[in-house]
Design a protein around this ligand. Structure first.
Ligand code: GTP
Ligand code: MG
Length: 370
């Protein structure tokens, strides 16, 4: 049977949990705030306290949360979201860093990317591009496994002095599986032992035929170190974006994806969210996975406070009650009650799955013993 904790029931009714406990006691039930009660009992209590009860079918809870009809929403062009992938040390962070003209690499422990960063830059043409720097492919794969399509274009960084390496091949596989177009950035061409031609032929073995060899994969020779051809790379990204004709609704409730999240000592849960459609405003009620919150503050990728964030913008969101997980989908809902309902439902699903798993494990253990 369905259950609910006393605390959760009180939350949903905006009543004090002690009052619920008192009422249960009057009915002869000795129950603590953290205890669970059956939904029928909960309904009686709620009615007794003067609330109208709307029992929600499980399937109703998430319905309409995502994939809303865009018929009425105005579609506008949105910046492409670009993920930089490639073998270790081929210069992913350096390249992004050079593009941003700032210095992310030196701030990292050992120069190895520790987390996903998401940044927005403006090309010389004025067009914006959103970049995601991944720590290897794990995050990308994890998000894709959860059905999240975060990226529009993959920049495959291949160091000209090293050539195609195992993680280059992995990145190609990921991009192909996700059906995301690849732009090849042949990096480190400043090095005396750079062999860009060799990179092109090696890519052929993995079914990547670059334009200069008569194929349709855009390639750009770059040097992150000497800042060579970076504008050309941005131009090619925008060209590819134009072909993709990327659009999103702006004047609707925001939806997005958690790129990273952490618990900050001073600020509480902080989530970096990539907005995918609609506009997120300060004060909105958001759900992400089994967490929810009221947006207390929004910070741009440059750490500046903003009041809202539109499609393809990476934004830091403060105000979640707990820390959501990377890959969690974010949606704005109409009320705190709705947010509670959705997250409680998800939390229950999660617990049930966990319980099922542990019974399953016990089952097999019993089989082993018999
Ligand atoms: P991981 O995040 O660890 O996978 O590495 P990465 O791909 O982000 O590489 P990163 O940007 O940290 O660069 C690795 C090394 O290559 C650093 O020492 C950079 O200075 C160097 N490097 C990057 N780009 C260039 C380039 O264009 N030319 C030269 N000569 N060195 C480069
Ligand atoms: Mg890096």
């Amino acid at each position: 049977p369905e259950t609910i904790t006393v605390q959760e029931l009180a939350n949903r009714m905006s009543e004090r949990a002690v009052d619920v406990v008192r009422l249960l006691m009057k009915q002869g039930q000795m129950i603590k705030i953290t205890d669970v009660i059956e939904s029928d009992t909960a309904q009686l209590i709620a009615e007794e306290m003067g609330h109208t009860v709307r029992r929600v079918a499980e399937s109703d809870v998430e319905e309409g949360l995502f994939a809303k009809s865009d018929d009425e929403a105005v579609q506008v062009a949105r910046p492409p979201v670009v993920t930089i992938m490639g073998h270790v040390d081929h210069g992913k962070t350096s390249l992004l860093d050079a593009i941003r003209q700032t210095n992310v690499v030196s701030g990292e422990a050992g120069g190895i990317t520790q987390h996903i960063g998401a940044y927005q830059v403006s090309a010389p043409s004025g067009d914006k591009v959103t970049f995601i720097d991944t720590p290897g492919h794990a995050a990308f794969t994890a998000m894709r496994a959860r059905g999240a399509k975060v990226t529009d274009i993959v920049i495959l960084v291949v160091a000209a002095d090293d050539g195609v390496m195992p993680q280059t091949v992995e990145a190609i596989a990921h991009a192909k599986a996700a059906e995301v177009p690849i732009i090849v950035a042949i990096n480190k061409i400043d090095k005396p032992d750079a062999k860009p031609e060799r990179v092109r032929t090696e890519l052929l073995q993995h079914d990547i035929v670059v334009e200069s060899l008569g194929g349709d994969t855009i390639e750009v020779e770059v040097s992150a170190k000497q800042k060579l051809n970076l504008d050309k790379l941005l131009e090619m990204i925008n060209l590819q974006a134009e072909i993709l004709d990327l659009k999103a609704a702006v004047n609707t409730a925001a939806e997005g994806i958690v790129i990273e999240a952490k618990l900050d000592k001073g600020r509480g849960p902080v989530a970096t969210v990539l907005i995918q459609r609609g506009t997120l405003h300060q004060g909105d009620i958001v759900v992400a996975g089994s967490q929810w919150g009221k947006v207390r503050a929004l910070n741009s990728d440059l750490g500046q406070p903003v009041t809202d964030a539109g499609p393809s913008a990476p934004v830091e969101v403060l105000g979640f009650g707990g820390t959501p997980e990377a890959g969690d989908r974010v949606a704005v809902v109409e009320s705190e009650a709705r947010a509670r309902e959705i997250t409680a439902y998800r939390e229950r699903l999660r617990r049930e799955k966990q319980a099922a798993r542990s019974t399953g494990a016990r089952g097999s253990l019993e089989q082993m013993m018999s």
